[in-house]
Design a protein around this ligand. Sequence first.
Ligand SMILES: Nc1ncnc2c1ncn2[C@@H]1O[C@H](COP(=O)(O)OP(=O)(O)O)[C@@H](O)[C@H]1O
Ligand SMILES: [Mg+2]
Length: 256
Amino acid sequence: MTFIFGVTGKGGVGKTTFAALLIRALIEKKLGVVLAVDADPNYNLNEKLGVKIENTIGGLREDIVKAVDSLPSSMSKHDYVEYQVRMALTESENFDLLVMGRQEGPGCYCYINNILRNFVDTLSDNYDFIIIDNEAGMEHLSRRTTKAMNVLFIVSDASKIGVDTAVRIKNLSSAMELKIDNYVLIINRAPERMPAKVEDATVKQNFEEVYTLPNDDAVGTYNMEGKSLLTLPMDSKVTVEVANILSKVLEEKKGG
Ligand SMILES: Nc1ncnc2c1ncn2[C@@H]1O[C@H](COP(=O)(O)OP(=O)(O)O)[C@@H](O)[C@H]1O
Ligand SMILES: [Mg+2]
C-alpha cells in the first residue's frame, strides 16, 4: 500500500519547508521508496531538496497536445502521455521528484489531464510514500492529481487568524469528494507557549492531532543561501521535531 501525505495551508506558512523535512525524515528512517510531488505552480520544493529539474508536467503538456495527433500508429495516446510523464520524473539517490508546473497555453487539456491523473495514480503503486506539496489556498484540492490521501497536513502560523484559516481549509476539503483519512494541524514557528486563544481555537475545532514546530534560524539561513534542507544538521530543532511528528503520525496509523 502507498502512503500519501498532502501538505497544504496559506501562503508562506512553511508548507514546502515542512514537506522537505518530512521527506528527509522518511529517507532517514528508511521506510521505503519515496516520491515527492510538487503541485505548486510556483514550484520550489526541488530547491529545498537540492535537486535540479529538467522538465515539468506543465511544460510537457504543450508538447503532448501537439504530438498526439501525429503519433506513429504503434503508439497510443495513452502510452505517449505515460512516456512523457516518465520524462518529467527526476530521479535522485533517495527519492524521485515530479514537478507539475503550470499549464501553458490556452488549449483544452481535459483529455490529457485525465490520462495524467490516472497515470499518476498508476505511478503511485511504485512508491511506498508520496508527499505532495501544494500551492496556497484550497482550489487545488478540487483538481487534485490523486483522489485519496492518508494524511493531510495543514500548516499554519501561530496566530488566531492563521489557525482559523487552517480550520476553514479543513472544513472545505471535508466538503469535497476527497478521501482523507486524517487531518493533522502543524503550527509552524510556534512560540514555546501557545497563546490561549489559539489553543482554544484548535481544541474547539477539534483537530485530532496538533503538532508545533519551532522557529529555526538555520532554516532561514539555508533558504537565503539556497541550500538543501536535507543537509541541515541531524540534531537541528526542526529536523528532530519533524522526525518525531512522522513517527507519531505513522504510529497513529498502525494503531487505528
Ligand atoms: N520553522 C521555521 N524556522 C525558520 N524559518 C522558517 C521555518 N519554516 C519556514 N521558514 C521560512 O519561511 C519562509 C516560507 O517558507 P515556505 O516553506 O517556502 O512556505 P510556503 O511553502 O508555505 O509558501 C521561508 O523563507 C522559510 O525559510
Ligand atoms: Mg511552498
